[in-house]
Design a protein around this ligand. Sequence first.
Ligand code: UN1
Length: 509
Amino acid sequence: MTATALPTTEDLRTRARTSLARVGVTVVEGGDFHARSPITGEDLFGLRAATAADTEDALVASREAFLTWRTTPAPRRGELVRRLGELLREHKSDLADLITIEAGKIRSEALGEVQEMIDICDFAVGLSRQLYGRTIASERPGHRLAETWHPLGVVGVISAFNFPAAVWSWNTAVALACGDTVIWKPSELTSLISLACDRLLDRAAEEVGAPRDVHRLLLGDRTVGEKLVDDPRVALVSATGSTRMGREVGPRVAARFGRTLLELGGNNAAVVAPSADLDLAVQGIVFAAAGTAGQRCTTLRRLIVHQDIADTLITRLTAAYQKLPIGDPFDETTLVGPLITPQALDTMQDALTRAQAEGGKILAGGNRRLTDAAPRASYVEPVIVRVDEQTDVVREETFAPILYVQTYETLDQAIALHNDVPQGLSSSIFTRDQQEAELFLSAEGSDCGIANVNIGTSGAEIGGAFGGEKETGGGRESGSDAWRAYMRSATNTINYSSRLALAQNVSFL
Ligand code: UN1
């Protein structure tokens, strides 16, 4: 099924300009750094990328702003985030338009992404009154032992194309409430939405009287990111992207004893047990595997199905895949938009070729679509591939809608297969058996940072901490106590007696 005709690049330009103007951004065109849209695969505007001097200027200004911001009472810092949240609400539709234009997300997912930003702002406003430290029982009379949390410094946020705005907001709303300042280097593929977010935060800062340099945006290629990675003035580098990127960023920041928060690749799986509610499982699986055209870190990439229900489930899934409407993400009936770039399509096709060479069989999908209407764009049918074992290609993250299906006999076997990949982001089990569900969530179950029951691997709420283990990088962002990564703790021992008592009963003098 293919939805109606695609918009033209000129339509997209007009729409982008209108949304940007409403947010308050005037695009200065003419640079050689291009904003483009995967909807047609064509360039929209030439923009100006940050120069080395712009980056240096941002570093100086951010550090300077930090000196004021760190002493601003946290609940007042929260007022900036509250105002940002209000502006995001007001411009929800404009921001969603820009996300659709640049990332190719369908309308409801683009609106969902903006909702995620609003939610994290609400969370961070609350957090600004809850940066709790503990009081610890001292072993000495007349002493108080306490833990205090202080702002950390300049946070460098490096974000990816697939959640071009939400991941920025998880980091920025929390970092600002924590008293840090932020320099943002977004994906080169999503400059327009970045300009819009930056403008709204600037407006919020003006309105509440916060230093304007609490936030700086640097558009550019990897050289800009590298500067943030290597500069000791950046206290924390929070980077979202591929494991390959994380392998470079991690050691470079560690070499200067900086902090990192890494959100890297996932190779997320769902186990489907014999007792599973299959109606629910089919819906959960199709959204998690084909939603966002398979381009979420949390996308479902591997299905581990009990052998007794495999045929039934596969029949239902292939039928659902054949009906997926693929095309213009602005069309309300579309469920699958374009892949981000032609390279993403090549990578997908290479993975499918390898999967077949390794014994996999394509059960549904895999054809390119809309080649006449948009030859430079990359629309493709989400694919289901049946595999007998977890071969090399299955153990890699291919950032595209490929779902590998394999079967299991015992739950222990399923969990072993589940964990036998280098990545550890998100996971789920579909079962109505409580023992199975609890085992999957236990210490000997899923080894991921996110483990779900009767729901797919993607679409996490902001209230929980988001992140994963192993090659996913170990970072935690967003809710719960992820805020601690953006602050430094100090342990305070206060002697309010008139005797000097040494710890561990040491006597001296
Ligand atoms: C990502 O794919 O980079 O859980 C983030 C989810 C979203 C965030 C995904 N809330 O799928």
